[in-house]
Design a protein around this ligand. Structure first.
Ligand SMILES: Cc1ncc(COP(=O)(O)O)c(C=O)c1O
Length: 488
């Protein structure tokens, strides 16, 4: 008897519900992106029961789902493009992004490499080439666009370990190396993802040796030299020095050129975490501050931070891509491409643990071509100008205390009036409350931050919507809240 061909009934066919107007969904979101409050923050249980928690069985109309999105997501989304949003480091998203991300969804490319996504691979290679030029790395450097700075740093550190320990690391892991204990070296100000990377690489989160920083929170080259010597005395093997350009809390740029010299003299991998600050390379005025980045063995720069783009993406670059290929090259029963193939066999998964990948390069390609480096660089510099202006306002005010002059677009300060200077505990509490009250007011949002164990008001400007007037209003507001609270 011949087999019966299966048949899918018409009622079960996957249909396209989108005879609706996508612009009608997106436009109101964009129109409100600068409206206050920055986030309509409610206790999580307020949102209980607003979504269908049982595994969906029957189909429901699109309007119902859009209503749920409105109630839960749109109404409670943080507006990262708001001119008063200064928390963490979250890019505002560019106006080209909704279209670019729709494009990405419609194309649905798995950008593992050329064979499966030829056009998308060439776009990403082009974007990576732009970042290579921005960083001043040689034409021979290569890399990939991974999900974010944490994954980029982890991916780079695995290659640094391989480079320090040698071939055996690939198959036998850390156990193959018994001469000394491998460690990573970084300042106290490096991002915590470096500790997490050390943990995942089997070194242990505690194996990031700390180098002292100066009063501007930049790593001290003399302290790095001493640290490397003392590592050797203690039987530790530094496999990588992680420099920041700039740091997450104060936006400080480590002295990259001097650190590169030390790494070169000691034969140690030099990694530059420019996840936040890399966008400063667009600005001719800020660019000289990054001198030395071009000497890095590996660099990462996040698209979703100061490059303004919507989430997510981090461009990871390797000066010697062949080392990354030794670590990440994999041949399996179902993936059989050469380690160093022809352009038609090009693979991005030879540079990081990520295999399947969204087409992250497209929104960057579209936005960078559309706006160009001149406009983007000018806006990035303006962010710095606003941070520097805020620092000046703070310095001129006897009730405020500047933590350090901004290298990039972050300014940290404290409300610290003279009559409370001998009561640091009260000043700490005041600053925590001021931050909270700013957030409740809806026009400004700063994330809780400590500098040297003391709460500060950290203003991280990574939106092209922020202007000098917002700095003036912020100072005014901080002082008004501070004065009011001091009277209580
Ligand atoms: C300097 C630096 N490196 C790495 C990261 C981690 O990046 P991501 O959140 O994209 O993983 C951050 C996050 O703020 C950062 O500021």
């Amino acid at each position: 008897m011949s087999p019966t061909p299966p048949k899918l009934e018409a009622a079960f066919e996957i249909t396209n519900p989108l005879d609706c107007d996508i612009d009608a969904i997106i436009a109101p979101i964009l129109a409100k992106s600068s409206e206050s409050p920055i986030v309509n923050f409610v206790p999580a249980n307020t949102l209980d029961g607003k979504l269908a928690t049982d595994v969906p069985g029957k189909a429901v109309p699109l309007e119902d789902i859009l209503q749920e999105m409105e109630t839960v997501v749109v109404s409670h989304a943080r507006r990262n493009a708001h001119p008063g949003f200064y928390g963490y480091i979250a890019g505002p998203g560019l106006p080209t992004d909704p279209m670019a991300h729709a494009f990405v969804g419609a194309l649905n490319q798995n950008v593992i490499g050329y064979p499966g996504a030829p056009g998308a691979t060439v776009v990403e290679q082009t974007v990576i080439g732009w970042f290579r030029q921005l960083a001043g790395l040689p034409d021979s450097s290569e890399g990939a666009i991974v999900s974010g700075g944490s994954v980029a740093n982890l991916s780079a550190l695995a290659v640094a370990l391989y480079s320090a320990i040698g071939r055996e690391y690939i198959q036998a892991g850390l156990a193959s190396y018994t001469e000394a204990k491998p460690v990573i070296v970084g300042a106290r100000t490096t991002h915590f993802c470096i500790q997490r990377a050390a943990l995942m690489l089997g070194l242990g989160a505690g194996q990031v040796v700390v180098v002292e920083h100066d009063e501007n929170f930049r790593m001290r080259p003399d302290s790095l030299e001493k640290t490397l010597l003392s590592c050797r005395d203690q039987g530790l093997k530094p496999v990588c020095v992680v420099a920041s350009a700039g740091t997450t809390v104060t936006g400080s740029i480590d002295p990259l050129d001097a650190l590169a010299d030390i790494c070169e003299n000691n034969g140690i991998w030099f990694h530059v975490d420019a996840a936040y600050g890399g966008a400063g390379l667009w600005s001719p005025e800020l660019r000289p501050r990054f001198t030395g980045i071009e000497r890095a063995d590996s660099v990462c720069m996040d698209l979703h931070k100061w490059f303004y783009l919507a989430f997510d993406g981090s461009v990871l670059l390797f000066r010697q891509p062949e080392l990354a290929r030794h670590v990440y090259y994999t041949r399996s029963d179902y993936v059989q491409f050469p380690k160093q193939g022809t352009p038609e066999e090009y693979m991005f998964f030879h540079f990081s643990p990520e295999l399947s990948r969204r087409f992250r390069g497209l929104p960057a390609y579209i936005a960078f071509r559309y706006y160009g480096g001149e406009i983007l660089g000018r806006n990035i510099y303006h962010n710095h100008e606003c941070a520097a202006y805020l620092a000046e306002l703070v310095e001129q005010d006897a009730d405020l205390e500047l933590i350090c002059k901004p290298d990039l677009s972050i300014c940290c300060f404290r409300y610290n009036p003279s009559h409370l200077r001998d009561q640091p505990g009260i000043v700490d509490r005041l600053n925590r409350k001021i931050r909270q009250r700013l957030q409740e007011g809806g026009d400004f949002l700063l994330s809780p931050t400590d500098v040297e164990n003391r709460p500060v008001l950290r203003v991280c400007i990574v939106s092209y919507t922020t202007r000098a007037q917002h700095m003036e209003r912020l100072v005014h507001r901080v002082k008004a809240i501070g004065e009011e609270l001091s009277k209580l």
